[in-house]
Design a protein around this ligand. Structure first.
Ligand code: AMP
Length: 459
């Protein structure tokens, strides 16, 4: 199947091939034709499946075909998104795919000055991507004119409901013209989400992609039974053990994220922390830096668990297990994206075994015990990437997407008994002694790393 056969225009096909996409993903194949026909759509799909292009491409095409009916302060497409990060990503996608059109887009979210946003609305744009909270604020100030909207897109609707945006969403939607095309995307379909979809959509095409598990099939998962106080050392040893393009480490708390980043820094591993205490512009800068590989390691709270799409995250670390098993799936979904393989490791202390069981119930598989041993003497040569990392792979294909289902979440019949599991943790004190007696060559390795990491400080 080619993009051209989906009925997309030449200017869009050009921007798609400039992105290196060779063929449409399953959701793009299914969603683009009915959207081009003007149908409403309900898509049950995760971020990472190519769903942004699935709605952005046909919407851009329809918009460039119709004469601009807006005029001052009127825009035609409204996209609502739960988080600032996701809103920015969607906005960037519209800009990328629509670069050969004359359409203009803006993004609106809280935590930053509203001046630029108001200016864009006044000047007139075609597409507005917004989080409900800030859009509602601007609406209350009389800055938004919804009269020209003929396309509404709700992305990650379930997440918007979880975040308590329902009243804002309903109020905003009540201000839109009734004659419109509505595209509704959600990762999960709880009765509340389905109820909202039913209220908003007219005779929609329904697309359900394989559940999240098939997305995680490309991710090799493992768990390490590590006591809380040993996690820091274990993490460092793991990071040195092989080459990782980018590493995303999740902690439960903001302080935890800062602490882990600091500890890594002390051992010569350059990282940055991102959490809700950082300002929006700091968060933006951190994400851009991480995307560019400066630094390659990000320690974050669950702020980064959903929606963030950064290519090349080869390792996700659950430094703390999440309290809610669904979050585990979202966290590890930051790797293994766009058909690439990824790895996710989790640290589980004795008191968190209950959380691990819940996660295993959620993913309907046992998470295998990892095989890495914290032993600096046997480490592979660490391979830091230079500050100016190589460009990311340009051509991504979805050929292998989801085909390895079941292959990387091994059958767990061979899982060691509980006693063997705890042995993994109890071998650490012994290794600590070994570590104290690091031989010269190992020391050299570590100081080389330190020298490298000291070259630049970030944020
Ligand atoms: P999304 O689910 O929209 O967040 O997209 C996930 C990632 O897939 C993004 O990095 C897109 O750039 C990429 N992507 C979208 N469509 C394709 C495609 N047809 N081929 C390869 N990569 C794609």
């Amino acid at each position: 199947m080619s993009f051209a056969s989906l009925g997309l225009s030449k200017s869009l096909l050009d921007s798609i091939s400039a992105e290196g996409y060779t063929e449409p993903t399953p959701i793009q194949t299914k969603a683009i034709p009915p959207i081009l026909e003007g149908r409403d759509l309900m898509g049950c799909a995760q971020t990472g499946t190519g769903k942004t292009a699935a709605f952005a491409l046909p919407v851009l095409q329809l918009m460039s075909q119709e004469p601009g009916q807006g005029g001052n302060q009127q825009f035609r497409t409204l996209v609502l998104s739960p988080t600032r990060e996701l809103a920015s990503q969607i906005y960037e996608s519209f800009k990328t795919y629509g670069k050969n059109t004359r359409l203009r887009a803006t993004v609106i979210y809280g935590g930053v000055s509203q001046d630029r946003q108001v200016r864009d609305l006044r000047r007139g744009v075609d597409i507005v991507v917004a989080t409900p909270g800030r859009l509602m604020d601007l609406t209350n100030q009389g800055q938004v004119n919804f009269k020209g909207v003929n396309t509404l897109i709700l992305d990650e609707a379930d997440r918007m409901l979880d975040m308590g945006f329902l009243p804002d969403m309903k109020r905003i939607i009540s201000l839109l013209p009734k004659e419109r095309q509505t595209l509704f995307f959600s990762a999960t379909m709880s009765p509340t989400v389905a109820g909202l979809a039913k209220e908003l959509l007219q005779n929609p095409v329904e697309i359900r992609l394989a559940p999240e598990k098939s997305t995680t099939a490309l991710i090799s998962q493992s768990v390490y039974m590590v006591d809380k106080e040993r996690r820091g050392d274990f993490l460092q040893s793991y990071i040195w053990s092989k080459h990782f393009e980018r590493v995303l480490i999740f902690t439960r708390t903001k302080r935890g994220a800062d602490r882990v980043s600091k500890q890594l820094g002390k051992s010569g591993i350059n990282s940055t922390a991102m959490h809700g205490d950082k300002s929006q512009s700091q968060r933006q800068r951190i994400l851009e830096g991480f995307k560019a590989g400066r630094p390659r390691i990000l320690v974050a709270t669950d702020l980064a668990a959903r929606g963030i799409d950064i290519p090349g995250i080869s390792l996700v670390v659950n430094y703390d297990l999440p309290m809610d098993p669904e979050t585990y799936v979202h966290r590890i979904g930051r790797t293994g994206r766009a058909g690439e393989k990824g790895e996710a490791i989790s640290f589980c202390s004795p008191e968190d075994r209950g959380l691990l069981r819940e996660i295993e119930r959620e993913i309907k598989a046992k998470v295998p015990l990892g095989t890495h041993r914290e032993n600096p003497g046997s480490q592979a040569e660490p391979q830091p990437r230079p500050e100016h990392s190589e460009p990311l792979k340009e051509t991504r294909s979805f050929e292998t997407f989801g085909q390895e289902q079941g292959g990387t979440v091994p059958d767990f019949n061979s899982r060691p008994k509980q006693t063997e599991r705890s042995n993994v943790g109890s071998s650490f004190p012994q290794q600590r002694t070994q570590k104290g007696k690091k031989n010269k060559s190992v020391k050299k390795k570590w100081s080389f790393q330190k020298g490298f990491a000291k070259k630049k400080t970030h944020y």
